[in-house]
Design a protein around this ligand. Structure first.
Ligand SMILES: [Zn+2]
Length: 80
């Protein structure tokens, strides 16, 4: 989607003219956003992704203890 050209100042101070929602800064190769709220949305998205990773990791730990560690402990107690 092409947007009307808008001058955006990157965090490094480089001024860019954007015609799309986001682009890479030609000077510092950082992501530059057409709408400043998009940057905030992306930050929230990052937190959400971290949350999902933590949840998945926790779930995998649970599965591991239930499916592997649990039966192993039963087998160990049976072998005695
Ligand atoms: Zn920059």
């Amino acid at each position: 989607m092409t947007l009307p050209p808008k001058k955006i100042t990157c965090t490094c101070g480089h001024v860019m003219e954007l015609t799309q929602s986001s682009d890479w800064c030609t000077k510092c190769v950082k992501k530059v956003y057409y709408h400043t709220k998009d940057r905030h949305k992306n930050k929230l998205n990052g937190i959400y992704i971290i949350f999902i990773i933590v949840m998945v990791f926790g779930f995998l730990t649970y599965i591991f203890t239930e499916m592997i560690a649990g039966p192993l402990m039963i087998l160990e107690s049976l072998s005695k």
